[in-house]
Design a protein around this ligand. Structure first.
Ligand SMILES: [Mg+2]
Length: 424
């Protein structure tokens, strides 16, 4: 049996942990640059506030109902997510972190009669240890566990936030009440097609043949989906130790950027961040890709479809050294830059990642010396232990006019000494 544990309104829940006065009250969290609403508590949903809706459109209703509004505080959410996952690891054998607020777990070895109780135990423990409420769905396959989780979320009181689909009857009942568009793996386009074909519930989809799925739902993926709904596990648990093949850092600017000097600073800063992630998995990158998003139409910079441009370079030798990666990225941004363009966003991606210990050197280039590696190690340690960018490369600049807007960010209570939670 597999379980999916999903945090309820995760970002908003993290904010509530340190502001218990907000319990039972509407709370929303905004995306980067305070652009859209990306997390809502049940109370906020009940007010009709839409997911991913622009902040400025909802402003009136938010003020009218005194909804608590927060900018994204990724330091806090990242650390709270880690706490949730660590708690799960003490309770389950095999935990696969699926996203910042969701994880699959194997419930191997637990008796069927104890399954629901164990789910409840997981949810109670996570909430007690971290303050974050979760919903738990349990079923024979990942896709069915997702269905169970969806039902648990919709009926928090009746289910106590935990649903286990164990018998054929329970599975059937659950699938009959599940709209097809909410099934994991059914995209918006497929959902539209399915409705058009009269397949509006998960149960109807489950009863389609494999040949039909192959033809109508994108080949093997479709077959897998049907089989999962029928209770045959096809989507295996992933190896948690698997390393990323590609590392990216990308951000919106707080306000549009026009100057090359500022763009270069932003790119150097993003490259530093990506290089840090690269070293954390002991990798070296053989490819640097830089991209920018511009909007040169007159008027509101977000009103027309913006354009994306990118360039990459293949490095002669894979490296994990920030200074070398910045050097390559700077050349790319200089080539991409067009005087007069209005830049809204930029990003850096590191690819062709190989283990740092098995980099292929050639006749013309000497391997990075140990001093350079030691320096990176020291910088990473200082920045991790003290504060981000306590030590940084001059290329990343000091003023950071391009930094994103976060007008309503809460304190980073769990990761910064100087922002530690105070009890008076
Ligand atoms: Mg969630």
């Amino acid at each position: 049996m597999k379980a999916i544990i999903d945090c309820n309104s995760f970002y908003a829940a993290c904010e509530r942990v340190f502001k218990p006065s907000l319990n039972g009250k509407p709370v929303v969290v905004l995306s980067n640059n305070d652009g859209c609403i990306v997390s809502r508590t049940d109370e906020a949903k009940a007010l009709g506030i839409k997911m991913a809706g622009p902040y400025y459109e909802a402003k009136e209703i938010l003020e009218q109902h005194k909804v608590a509004v927060f900018s994204s505080n990724y330091h806090l959410y990242g650390d709270m997510s880690w706490r949730v996952m660590e708690t799960l690891r003490t309770l389950c054998q095999h935990v696969e972190v699926y996203s910042v607020d969701e994880a699959f777990a194997d419930l191997e070895g637990i008796r069927e009669s104890a399954m629901w109780n164990y789910g409840l135990h997981i949810s109670k423990t996570v909430e007690q240890w971290t303050g974050v409420p979760v919903s738990v769905g349990i079923a024979p396959t990942k896709t069915l566990a997702k269905v169970a989780n969806h039902i648990a979320k919709k009926n928090k009181v009746a289910t106590q936030g935990t649903v286990a689909l164990l018998t054929a009857g329970q599975i059937r009942e659950a699938l009959e009440s599940t709209p097809v568009q909410t099934v994991w793996g059914v995209g918006a386009r497929s959902a539209e097609k399915l409705h058009w074909l009269g397949i509006d519930t998960a149960w109807k989809l489950r009863n389609m043949s494999e040949e039909w799925a192959h033809k109508n739902l994108g080949g093997v993926v479709g077959i897998r989906l049907i089989k999962e709904l029928q209770g045959h596990a096809c989507i295996e648990m992933k190896d948690p130790l698997k390393k990323k093949k590609m590392i990216a850092t990308t951000r919106m600017f707080g306000k549009p950027v026009f100057e090359l000097a500022q763009l270069k600073e932003a790119i150097a800063s993003y490259t530093s961040r990506a290089a840090e992630k690269l070293r954390r998995q002991s990798g070296a990158a053989g490819l640097v890709h830089v991209f920018v998003v511009t909007n040169d139409y007159p008027g509101n910079e977000y009103s027309y479809r913006p354009a994306t441009k990118g360039l990459y370079s293949i490095l002669p030798i894979a490296t994990s050294l920030t200074n070398e990666l910045i050097a390559h990225a700077s050349i790319l941004i200089e080539k991409l830059y067009n005087n007069g363009s209005r830049y809204l966003k930029a990003g850096v991606m590191l690819g062709n990642i190989v283990p740092d210990t098995s980099v292929q050197y050639n006749l013309f280039t000497a391997p990075a010396n140990d001093n350079a590696r030691t320096l990176m190690h020291v910088i990473d340690n200082v920045n991790f232990g003290m504060r981000d960018e306590m030590v940084k490369f001059a290329a990343a600049g000091t003023k950071k006019n391009w930094r994103m807007r976060q007008e309503y960010r809460s304190m980073r209570h769990t990761t910064r000494w100087e922002e530690l939670y105070e009890i008076s």
